[in-house]
Design a protein around this ligand. Structure first.
Ligand SMILES: [Zn+2]
Length: 467
């Protein structure tokens, strides 16, 4: 049986719906298990995410696109360059939408289906939004993604093609996160922001489970840190395996951040329990551009418990590492994941990680989603396409294309972001142009998209493919 428990004061909460914050002390909640009850079980089923279902919070309906079970590459050429004997890359680019976040989406969308939600919301600077959009599409749910102003083009393209409703909010993901919280409070939508749903941490620990089966326990496990959740997930995974008697040792964790955005590294260096918030964070590695990491406390705990290291690297070294991973190992990693190799290089040069040490680096997502080159090439188009998608009329059509709705229902589905009067004005204009029609049912005026309206929506979708 799973328990949802406070990481600080141990207060216990209902398992569902997943809440992230303790009402008593304000600290983060996490899922834990009765390991004695789990006893002496073996993992069963094909090598993939759901093989570890017994060590995940219970779900009834499975939302799956074939996530997990990703390869662990022996990186011999890269290792030689750094004079290391054993270096592995855990290649999470091989997931269905090319990032580790597919594990989160699989578990959270399964949970949303169990709890009978129609709408899922998340704040994301890319990968999670892309994953959720795909899993929601597969499950017939509506996915709302709040993205910050700066977002990787490839990830935005994925959200668009998977039919998510996208809203741009704030400069960095920290602002988007606040918006996702307030929208959830207003609408009751399923909250799937990684930092606001403890299922995210649970889902990602399966990366540790897979590595333990593929290779065993490395001496060092290197991850890049944005919110810090992934660092903690991996550590939690290894610790659970040890509690279960499946492994004897634990790895030392290394957390890497970009020099221009290193709130967790700074706190670790100063031996503080909480991240040092960075007001104006900068890095090209957008997936780890988080000034106020909400899981920072947990990451710092993992670093401390594992006698780990936190290190920051400049963007130039991250970009050089990205090219090196591609050139020497045939893997196109996104900048955030490449930071792990840049960090490893430093630690190897300083002889902190030695020749004999066995090292695993986590490659979280594909570089195809994140290239700066792509972004600068398509910047203009982003504005044009997002403009269409973000217009209220576009959103109304998107919702009506799924199901007829009445005015109040539409207003709720749009997140109550404007007055109801404004919605009716849009609806009337759409009706005048023959894009929607109305009819009466149970005393309510329903709106329905016309063939013409559908055609317009198709044109918007065709435009998207021009990306
Ligand atoms: Zn508490």
């Amino acid at each position: 049986m799973t328990i949802l428990r406070c990481t600080r004061c141990s207060a216990i909460y209902e398992r569902n719906p997943p809440q992230f914050q303790c009402e008593k002390c304000g600290n983060l909640l996490e899922y834990t298990y009765d390991f004695e009850e789990a006893g002496n079980f073996e993992f069963t089923g094909p090598f993939g995410f759901w093989r570890y279902r017994q060590l995940l919070p219970e779900v009834g309906t499975l939302a799956t696109l074939g996530e997990g079970g990703t390869p662990l590459h022996k990186a011999e050429r890269l290792a030689e360059e750094m004079r290391l004997k054993v270096l592995y890359l855990k290649d999470e680019t091989r997931n269905p939408t090319n990032s580790f976040r597919d594990r989160c989406a699989a578990l959270m969308v399964s949970n949303a289906l169990d709890l009978k939600h129609d709408n899922v919301i998340c704040a994301s600077n890319g990968n999670l939004g892309a994953s959720l959009a795909a899993y929601c599409a597969k499950s017939g749910l509506i996915c709302h993604v709040i993205v910050p102003k700066i977002v990787d083009m490839g990830k935005l393209a994925q959200m668009l093609i998977y039919d998510a409703i996208i809203e741009e909010h704030g400069e960095a993901v920290d602002d988007a996160l606040k918006r996702a919280r307030s929208l959830q409070n207003e609408t009751g939508w399923y909250q799937a922001t990684a930092e606001l749903n403890p299922l995210a941490i649970e889902s990602q620990k399966t990366i540790a489970f897979e590595i333990a089966e593929q290779f065993g326990v490395p001496d060092w496990f290197i991850v890049s840190m944005g919110s810090g959740g992934t660092t903690y997930s991996i550590w939690k995974g290894f610790k659970e395996l040890k509690t279960l008697g499946k492994i004897d040792d634990l790895p030392r964790m290394v957390g890497v951040q970009a020099r221009g955005c290193a709130p967790i590294v700074k706190a670790h260096e100063e031996n503080k329990p909480e991240p040092t918030v960075v007001q104006k964070p900068v890095t090209h590695a957008l997936a780890i551009l988080v000034g106020n990491p909400l899981n920072g406390i947990l990451a710092l705990q993992a670093l401390k418990e594992s006698r780990g290291i936190a290190i920051s690297v400049p963007d130039a070294e991250i970009i050089a590492a990205e090219q090196e991973i591609a050139r020497l190992e045939g893997i196109f990693a996104e900048p955030a994941s490449s930071a792990t190799i840049a960090g490893l290089k430093k630690l190897a040069q300083q002889n902190i990680i030695t020749q004999e040490d066995k090292v695993v680096c986590l490659i979280t997502g594909s570089g195809l989603k994140a290239t700066d080159v792509l972004q600068s090439l398509t910047k203009k188009r982003k504005t044009a396409i997002l403009g269409l998608e973000l217009s209220t009329k576009g959103k109304i059509l998107r919702i009506l294309s799924r199901k007829d709705a009445y005015g109040y229902g539409l207003w709720k589905k749009l997140g109550k972001t404007m007055t109801r009067g404004a919605i009716y004005q849009h609806l009337n204009e759409l009706a005048r142009k023959g894009i929607v029609i109305t009819y009466e049912k149970s005393g309510r005026k329903y709106f329905k998209i016309t063939a013409r309206g559908k055609q317009i929506l198709r044109s918007i979708d065709e435009l998207k493919t021009l990306l």
